[in-house]
Write a protein that binds this ligand. Structure first.
Ligand code: SAM
Length: 207
């Protein structure tokens, strides 16, 4: 039976401000350095990476709980112990979730639907999140962002360009020409099928 899940949830909903997620206590795969997708939904992107790289450790963070359960069920039934999803709020729970872990990559694929001005404060990418991600990344670690919404992409770029410790791999204020990873998220697939533009940026953590 197809999974029925609400399209969007308001990240300010009281229940979601107090999820108290389970800390990630053990490494997921054999690689101690985690690769984390923020807002993974069905985690198609992570499934593709995890299948190609059985020794890697892939973690999705998602605020819609039924999707998290479904990802974990499918990863288990497919025999992918190197992939796990966590029910958590990106803007509140990351330090607690990943305390003591080393993070090699953060992926932010098509992060949110909040492009109306009235909903700007619901966006996940803001200066506080950027500083936190930099502090969690290992030196040389990567922060990837992609969106089909120009306003979101340029706003994210402005945040990352002005965050200390990040270097744009394509050159300052420049977008990538293509997705550098061997994986495509579901939203990316849909946008690509419609031949619509996608704006992608990749930053590296520098000293
Ligand atoms: C447009 S979907 C994109 C899903 C997937 N990354 C893709 O590219 O197909 C954005 C996802 O981020 C999740 N999300 C939005 N705000 C979040 C938050 N504050 N914490 C955790 N997940 C969040 C949404 O529930 C949704 O599943």
């Amino acid at each position: 039976m197809p999974l029925r899940v609400r399209h969007h949830v308001n990240p300010f909903h009281l229940r979601l401000l107090d999820i108290a997620p389970e800390r990630l206590v053990a490494p997921v795969g054999q690689d101690e350095e985690l690769q984390v997708e923020l807002g993974c939904a069905d985690a198609q992107f992570l499934f593709q990476l995890a299948r190609r790289d059985p020794l890697g450790s892939y973690v999705g963070v998602e605020i819609r709980e039924p999707l998290v359960d479904d990802v974990n069920r499918r990863a288990e039934s497919e025999g992918l112990p190197n992939l796990r999803a966590l029910f958590a709020h990106i803007n509140l729970d990351l330090p607690r979730l990943f305390a003591g872990h080393r993070i090699r990559r953060f992926f932010i694929n098509f992060p949110d639907p909040w492009f109306k001005r009235a909903h700007h404060n619901r966006r996940i990418v803001n200066p506080e999140l950027a500083e936190l991600l930099v502090s969690m990344l290992i030196p040389g670690g990567e922060l990837f962002f992609q969106s089909d919404i120009w306003d979101l992409a340029i706003a994210a770029m402005e945040v990352f360009e002005t965050t200390a410790g990040l270097e744009n791999t394509a050159g300052e204020w420049s977008f990538l020409k293509a997705n550098p990873y061997p994986a495509i998220s579901l939203r990316e697939e849909r946008v690509t099928e419609k031949n619509l533009p996608i704006w992608r940026i990749l930053y590296r953590r520098v000293a």
